[in-house]
Design a protein around this ligand. Structure first.
Ligand code: SF4
Ligand code: SF4
Length: 79
């Protein structure tokens, strides 16, 4: 795959609604049952390294809690 991605969830905005978990086509998200946000919710987290950086999770998140980062492979970056 030419592009890989990863996400960062802002604990101050995430309310554990799980919409991103259900929307992720790569199924790399879940709610972190071992942690609570400052507001008392279980936040979303990545559980696999196969995020494609598609950005769907950030689009569906009603609280804009997700930032998506994308990285081109070395081969792709030389183009
Ligand atoms: S960017 Fe796409 S693949 Fe990555 S976690 Fe979000 S929805 Fe899943
Ligand atoms: S959609 Fe947003 S608010 Fe809901 S669990 Fe995911 S990151 Fe948290």
């Amino acid at each position: 795959m030419a592009v890989t991605g990863w996400i960062v969830v802002d604990d101050h905005y995430c309310k554990g609604c799980s919409l991103c978990v259900e929307a992720c086509p790569q199924e790399v998200l879940c709610l972190d049952m071992d942690r609570l946000t400052p507001k008392g919710y279980h936040p979303a987290k990545m559980i696999e390294e196969t995020c494609s950086g598609c950005g769907i999770c950030a689009v569906v998140c009603p609280d804009a809690a997700i930032t998506v980062y994308r990285e081109k492979s070395e081969k792709e970056a030389r183009r």
